[in-house]
Design a binder for this molecule. Structure first.
Ligand SMILES: [Zn+2]
Length: 83
């Protein structure tokens, strides 16, 4: 083998390594696991920020009551009540 083909062999090695790592990234096992399946929210549920100290201003599903007031599903606090 002459020394003239050595740069080409190096280029082939670099391209082969890039193709192998690209294929490994596309493999199904490379995808993150533990994803949560999508669930349809109940009708009348709104995701509102809860201002109670228990919920610490995080967003939780609030269920609408008959009088238009929303009740937090995490702490039972009322949202939209005329205070
Ligand atoms: Zn709450």
């Amino acid at each position: 083998m002459s020394a003239d083909v050595l740069p080409y062999l190096g280029a082939v090695a670099v391209a082969t390594a890039a193709a192998a790592t690209w294929a490994a990234r596309l493999a199904p096992t490379a995808r993150p696991s533990g994803t949560v399946p999508f669930t349809e929210p109940e009708p009348g549920v709104r995701y509102l920020r809860c201002d109670s100290p228990h919920c610490a201003h995080k967003t939780y599903p609030h269920l609408r009551q008959a009088d238009g007031i929303f009740v937090c599903s995490n702490c039972g606090g009322l949202k939209g009540a005329a205070a």
